[in-house]
Design a protein around this ligand. Sequence first.
Ligand code: SF4
Length: 227
Amino acid sequence: MEALRQIAPALDAVALLARVHVAPDSEDADAFTALVDQAREVARPKALYAEAFVEGRGDDTIRIDGITFTSRMLRHKLAGVERVFPYVATCGHELDGVALPAGDVLAQFWWDAIKAELLAAARAHLLAHLTDRFRLGQTARMSPGSGDADVWSIEQQRLLFALLGGVTPSIGVILTESCLMIPNKTVSGLLFPTEHDFRTCQVCHRESCPNRTAPFDAAVWQSLRES
Ligand code: SF4
């Protein structure tokens, strides 16, 4: 596995103000910008990945470097794929150590928006690194717990963390008993080469999700269930 810790925080206060709908010449803008400055001092976004290989396939299972994952959809999406890249990317635990004004819900909301921006920087850095180092073309990714519940169960986060090994000591991300990751602005998954664009959102029924990147696709959903 390899950890990426030299990721520029890249916090653009003006762009962030627009994202949280704060007018640039308002009092709130001063308070928000002060938070951004505070975040810049401590932020250390990070990522961890490994190069892993498919060793076996069942009807709805796939074995990767000795670990067997159960997901019919993952098995289907990895048909013909031999090499995958398990990863975790995070805004970094350092921001969770900053004491915000007690009871200030707005500051908490803004802090979360800043953390989301740091996570986006970590994800972009990881993708650029993998694409360059391994000469990858088009890729797709799947994550335990992402999409409808039966796509790939969130409990399989444990297996993903086992596949990577040493996530907590390496980049400070903790996996809780309920399989949530801390810090909250952290993502994990398997990245793999593909000839066809695929996003888990295409097979997810959650209509009001603010993070949707592709519309639900009934044809893709049906084809994966029948495969
Ligand atoms: S629609 Fe939302 S919950 Fe569903 S897979 Fe996409 S980002 Fe995840």
